[in-house]
Structures are given as C-alpha cells and as structure tokens.
Design a protein around this ligand. Sequence first.
Ligand code: SF4
Ligand code: SF4
Length: 242
Amino acid sequence: MIIEKEICIGCKRCQLYCPMECINYNENQRKCEIDLDECVECGICLRSNVCTTDALKQQELDEMRKLRQTFSNPLIPHKTTSVPGRGTEEMKTNDVTGRFRRGHVGVAIELGRPGTGTRFIDVEKVAMAVALIGVTFEMFNPVTDLMVNKATGKIKDDVLNEKVLSAIVEFDVDIDKLEKVLLATKQVANNVDTVFSVDLACRLDQDNTSPAESIAKKLGFEPYITGKTNVGLGRPLFKEGE
Ligand code: SF4
Ligand code: SF4
C-alpha cells in the first residue's frame, strides 16, 4: 500500500486502522507515509474507507508483495489451496474428513498476529525445528508449498525476509513423537521474533480423553480445549482400523 504524498493532508486517521502500526506521521512534511518493509499488504487501511482524500492507493504488486498480500488479506485466496487468509483449513476440516488417525496428532503452529506479524525466516526456524523430529508437513498448505525441502522444512531463500500477518506450519506426527515436537516448540520460541500458538487435533481415546492433552499438560502447557468435536455427521474418508 502507498500514500500519495501530494494528496495526503496528514490527518492521521488511517493510522488507527493499520494492524501493523506501519503508517507513520512525518513531522517535517506533515503527511503520513507507509513503512513498506513492515506493511503486509493486508488492505485494511484501504477497505476501511477512512481516507477522505483517496490518498491511500494500492500500488502494482510484484511477486513478493503479492505473497504478503495472500497471507494477510483475508479476501484473497492462495493459488495453491484456493483458501483465503492463511490459506489452509485442513486442521479445521479434519473432523469431517477423518484426517488424523488414531496414534497420530495434527499440529498447527500459528505464527504472527495483528500488531506483530511474522517473517518467513521465523516460520522456517519453526518448520526446521519440528522437521528434525520426523513430521509430515500438510500438503494443502501454502507454507508447505514455499518449502524447497519438505523433509527439512527449508523455505525458499528469496521469501525469507517477507513479512505477513500470520502463517501456519501444519503437519501430522506420530503421537509417540508429540512430546519431542512440543519441547522443540518451547526451544524455538526463544529464537523467533514473533508470537505463536500451537494447535493439536487428535481422536479421543475410548474413555473420551485426549491423548494429546495429557502429553501437553505433562510438559507444562496449559491446553485450551476449543470443544470442536466430531459427532460423526461428516463423511470420513477411511474406516476405523484402516
Ligand atoms: S495494507 Fe495493511 S499493513 Fe499495509 S499500511 Fe495498510 S493496513 Fe497497514
Ligand atoms: S487518512 Fe488519508 S489524508 Fe489522512 S493521513 Fe491517512 S492517507 Fe493521509
């Protein structure tokens, strides 16, 4: 996004709408300007219609700016998954597709939030940390699509410095390895310049308890159960025991 200096009257109204707080007021010029290194091309400032002079303009986006836009603007679907926003809903739909089998856990690590965002260099750090344990990255996920090596989690070098509002590293892991995965997330949290949350999805045991929850609690996590439960109304893609 850009601000046309000749038109901007420096009213600062747009500043309040930017989730990345990257619209700055230039005291000398008495106008606002956008820090393009921090701008994630989410489009919120423009969609808010807050600018009375039409100084906010969507510039022509090159490939890297488009990458920012697809991860940050919820109205634009990713080419690889056709899903808007962070580009994945496999974790959300697993309850109707029976995606995660017994003995497996679906893990989604959601990096970045409004006000913080995330660069792909941090996304890569997280992906590479869990890849060492032996995980299967989700195929229908735009972060996986950016990997040059899906065994190591290495992401294309030319996108590493790009910043987006949020991105999800998503994978399936054997439940025996979940403890190592969670410990790896704790370790890597000290080395990333953003925040992240960890989502776990698994099938309940016969007594209706979650095996993933007990492992997380044992390691000092305080899981928040969202109550998203499969009651069997979907179309499982495989039968129990397969
Ligand atoms: S596009 Fe989004 S991040 Fe960029 S200036 Fe506008 S609101 Fe801020
Ligand atoms: S709302 Fe428009 S005129 Fe006011 S500071 Fe922002 S870009 Fe400039």
